[in-house]
Design a binder for this molecule. Structure first.
Ligand SMILES: CC(C)(COP(=O)(O)OP(=O)(O)OC[C@H]1O[C@@H](n2cnc3c(N)ncnc32)[C@H](O)[C@@H]1OP(=O)(O)O)[C@@H](O)C(=O)NCCC(=O)NCCS
Length: 145
């Protein structure tokens, strides 16, 4: 798998992968999410491809000056359990380390708790914290899962 930053022509395939992996939600516009990340110097979206250019993995990452975050991690369903998730997470970690980030955090939806096992396998631990949020814009949809 070749890992590189996203370019314009990848956007449609990345959104298709995220949709296939059930990571999109009505209140998160993936086009806007990708645009904002790409406009932010301390954020990046990495994609994994294999010959002849098929997109098989993606992750969004960024450093806010205190913590680094991972979002939208996905590996194509027919390529999961082959070490690709670990590889693209390690790539994001190396990039975030170069950004000066001391620690990475991430959120897992309550409906996706099984993913804790993947993250534990690649070195993460569950933190005793509650995540809270408030919209600063009017979202297009609201139901939470
Ligand atoms: C999470 C995801 C990216 C993992 O990618 P992957 O390529 O299958 O993971 P890897 O093959 O690199 O696995 C790395 C380790 O995690 C373990 N692992 C992977 N998926 C697992 C699962 N569903 N349950 C338990 N362990 C899992 C592997 O066994 C491996 O462990 P080992 O190194 O000790 O043998 C992939 O399952 C995915 O795209 N899921 C759907 C999207 C999603 O939920 N993303 C996370 C949002 S928070």
């Amino acid at each position: 798998m070749l890992i590189r930053p996203i370019v314009d022509s990848d956007v449609e395939s990345v959104i298709a992968l995220w949709t296939q992996c059930d990571l999109t939600r009505p209140w998160n516009d993936p086009v806007a999410d990708i645009r904002r990340a790409r406009q932010t110097a301390s954020a990046e979206i990495f994609i994994g491809t294999e010959e002849p250019g098929a997109l098989i993995a993606a992750v969004m990452c960024g450093h806010d000056g205190h913590r680094a975050w991972l979002y939208y991690l996905a590996v194509a369903p027919n390529r999961q359990r082959q070490g690709l998730g670990r590889a693209i997470v390690e790539h994001a970690e190396n990039w975030l380390r170069q950004q000066g980030a001391p620690k990475i955090e991430l959120m897992i939806r309550d409906t996706n708790r099984d993913m804790t096992q993947f993250y534990e396998s690649v070195g993460y631990r569950t933190e005793p914290v509650i995540t809270m949020s408030r919209w600063l814009t009017t979202p297009t949809a609201l139901p939470y899962d």
